[in-house]
Structure formats: C-alpha cells, structure tokens
Design a protein around this ligand. Structure first.
Ligand code: HEM
Length: 416
C-alpha cells in the first residue's frame, strides 16, 4: 500500500485521502486558499507538480475551454508511481473522462441520447418503484439503521442496475465492483493489503461480467443502456471489447458512489438543520432546489485534473504547455463570490443551481438527470413515511480524495 506524509495542510486536503475525515477543517483550509492563493502550486515528491484551483470562476473557465485544457489519460489524481505501474501493466483507464477531442465526442455520442432529459423522464416510474422499495425497508429495520449503508448505497446501486438492465441477483457483484474502483483509498473497502492490486482485480472482474452482459444484449436487445453500449457504433464500426468495458466502468463507477454520497450527506445536512427538514416535509415542492443544494453542499466528486495544451495563465499565474491544474469542486462550491453565505446549508437558497459539482463543458456529467431524480424522488417519500428522524451517532466519512462523503450515518426514526 502506498503511504506518504503531507506536512502542509494546504497540500494534504487535495493529496491525502485521510484529509476528508474532517470536512470542517478541510473547508477551513480551502477557504484560506481561495482567499490567499487561488492558483496554489503543489510540489510533492510523489506527485508531478500541479496548480490547485479553488475559485468557481476559474474551474468554470478551464472546464469550458477544453480546447486549451485537456483531460488526457491522467485526469484522475494518482501518485506518479501508480500511474507508471498502470501504464506498464497496460491498464491505463480509457473512459470518457480520460478522452479528449474527436475521440471523446465519438464515444459520448454512443449513449448521449439515452441520457437526455426527455429519455430519463421515461425512467421516472422505475426510480419511484426502487425508492418505494427502500422507504418500505425502513419498517424492516425497526426504527434504527445506518442510512448510508442500508438505504443510500443499495438504493442508488439498484437504480444503476436498472439503467444497465442487470438482474437483482447480481447485486453483490455490482457492489464489489463499484466500491473496488472508487473506494480503493478507504481501508474499510480494501479487500487486500495492496489497494492498487485491488483496482486491477476489480477491472478484471468487470471485464468478465460485462463481456457476458454485452453478448446477451447483442442477441436479445432491450431498452436498457447495456443494449445501447453492446450495439453501439463509431464511424459505422462496433465498439471493441475494451471500449465497451470502459463505458460500463465509467457509468457504473461514476453513477453509484457519487449519488449515494450525495444522498447520505444530504440526509445528514437535513438532520443537522431540523428547521429545513421541517420545511421540506411541509412542502415537497422544495425537493428540486433542496437537491441542488445537497449536491452543492456534499460535492461528492472532489477533483479532476486538466492539462494545458499551450502556454497560458490563470489570475496572472503563468502556466506552461504540459503543466496541469487540479479542479477542486468542493472548494469552488463554497466560493462567496458566487454563493451568498456559501458556508451555510440552505435548501431555499436562490443560487443553488450555480453548483459546479457536475462539472462544465464537454465532460459535463452525463448522468446528471439520474442523480437529481434519485435524490429528489426518495427524500420527500422518506419524510412522508416518518414522523420523526434524528441522528443516532456520529457520521463517518470515507477516506477518499476522488469520490467521497459519508459512509456511515446512524439514524433513529419513527414511522408515521
Ligand atoms: C451527485 C451525483 C454525481 C456527481 C456529483 C457527478 C459528478 C460528475 C463530474 C464532476 C464529472 C466530470 C465533469 C467534468 O469533467 O466537467 C462527471 C462525469 C460523468 N458522470 Fe457524473 N456525477 C454524478 C452522478 C452520475 C450518475 C448517476 C451517472 C450515470 C448514471 C454519471 C455518469 C457520468 C459520466 C458517464 C461522466 C463522464 C462524462 C464525460 O467525460 O463525458 N454521473 N460526473
């Protein structure tokens, strides 16, 4: 396992997974950087240098100008040695977030229509049914549960499974696969001593599982996303096995933990603000704005990297072609220049829709409609089904510097 020391807190909040265990401290350090050094250079022996962007405006502009700022195949932060190992083993990820230009456009087009608002609206009934199932489970748990593990994780997993068209009995396989990819930095999700080896094993498992799924959908096409991927074409040619695999991986991983962390973090925020919980219960119409605020507040995707394609500058700081910037979404989501009282959770805030949690530009989150609908659908149902809910213990945060949030949320409740 790769362990390393980061003595400067201003570097640790971006490099060390452990820094996410204390969100208050994390945001205090990020706020200072936004104020004093919004284009903050990190030089650490294990990581190639990078400039961290913490202002909303800068992240927006860099993401929008993907002609100047490329993702490249190293858009997810890793220590240099980890990237080298992946490269040597021929396992460098090649998903949508690792592509640029025409290649990215071509691959995104394969599923773009399937994710459009009108198409996703057609799946609302299925989301409602899965949400009802998990609200009904509250009765089975007898008044106390771990909201994150008992509701948020399996609910969002089942929506992803329904998107793909994966049968219920494969739930555990899917859970292991998605957490094996993104939970790799958190000790609780490590299945072995070496988390990096865990990711490699996960990719191999994914390959076997999804090859079989694709083969089935070529023979028996349905309305699901697996059918679109399995029968997808680029320039008149079918996607090859590897392109298909990376497509499945990006949707399964990007679509599960992200939404589950938003939901568990949203529940925690509502429980810590009983007046807002009461307002939402009294007026379910607030769920739309509350969902934006929850996703701003929790900002489950912590960061992505972009690489300069030409010499440029940000806020007067020169950045040479080939150098990179780290986009810190949680920091930008608390930028006082954009959000009034940014450090306050407020489901009625008028600027909630300026959230940058889903990114901007060519890579703007493909699953945004699903993420929003999942949260917006289940929250009012939970509030309607319960006469009281309270915290029954401290929330526990995952150790993660890519996708993270609350992984355990003990709650106590009475049914109405
Ligand atoms: C609250 C939940 C979610 C958050 C915060 C989130 C956030 C993000 C972010 C920040 C990006 C990169 C944007 C950029 O670089 O500009 C992204 C990309 C992506 N997301 Fe999401 N996401 C969420 C849920 C989902 C769901 C539910 C799905 C699928 C059902 C999904 C699928 C994707 C895909 C496929 C991409 C890659 C798009 C591309 O590179 O072209 N996401 N997401």
């Amino acid at each position: 396992m790769l362990t390393f020391e980061v003595s400067d807190d201003r570097e640790a909040i971006f490099l060390s997974p452990e820094a996410s265990l204390d969100p208050k401290h994390w945001h205090a350090v990020a706020a200072e950087l936004r104020e004093t050094d919004p284009v903050f250079r990190i030089d650490h022996e294990l990581f190639s240098p990078m400039y961290v962007l913490t202002k909303h405006e800068d992240i927006f502009e860099v993401s929008r100008r993907n002609d100047i700022w490329n993702n490249t195949r190293a858009s997810v932060l890793m220590a240099d040695i980890q990237l080298q190992m992946l490269e040597q083993m021929g396992l460098m990820p090649h998903t949508l977030v690792h592509m640029d230009g025409q290649e990215h456009d071509d691959h995104r087009k394969v599923t773009n229509d399937w994710f459009k608002p009108a198409a996703v609206k057609g799946r609302q009934q299925s989301i409602e049914e899965i949400a009802d199932e998990y609200v009904a489970k509250l009765a089975d748990f007898g008044g106390e549960c771990d909201f994150a593990q008992d509701i948020a994780v399996p609910y969002t997993l089942h929506v992803i499974m329904s998107i793909f068209g994966i049968p219920r009995e494969d739930e555990q396989i899917m859970l292991d696969l998605t957490q094996g990819m993104f939970g790799a930095a958190d000790p609780e999700y490590m299945s072995m001593d070496d988390p990096f080896q865990g990711v490699v094993d996960t990719i191999n498992q994914f390959q076997k599982y999804f090859n079989e799924l694709s083969a089935d959908r070529r023979e028996h096409p349905t309305e699901d996303l697996a059918t679109v991927i399995a029968n997808g074409e680029i320039n008149g040619l079918p996607l090859d096995e590897s392109a298909e695999l990376w497509y499945y991986i990006i949707v399964a991983t990007a679509g599960h933990d992200t939404t589950s962390y938003a939901l568990s973090g949203g529940m925690e925020a509502l429980l810590s603000h009983p007046d807002q919980m009461a307002a939402l219960k009294a007026d379910p119409e607030l769920a739309h704005n509350a969902t934006s605020e929850i996703i701003r507040w929790t900002s489950p995707v912590r960061q992505f990297l972009r690489y300069a394609q030409e010499d440029t500058e940000i806020r007067g700081v020169p950045i040479k072609a080939g150098e990179r910037v780290l986009l810190s979404y949680p920091a930008a989501n608390r930028d006082e220049d954009v959000f009034e009282n940014a450090g306050e959770f407020n489901i009625e805030r008028e600027d909630a829709d300026k959230l940058i949690s889903f990114g901007v530009g060519a890579h703007y989150c493909l699953g945004v409609q699903f993420a929003r609908r999942e949260i917006q659908t289940i929250l009012p149902k939970i509030l309607e089904a319960t006469s009281s809910i309270e915290l029954a213990g401290d929330p526990v945060y995952a150790e993660a510097n890519f996708v993270g949030g609350i992984k355990h949320l003990p709650i106590r409740y009475e049914l109405s």
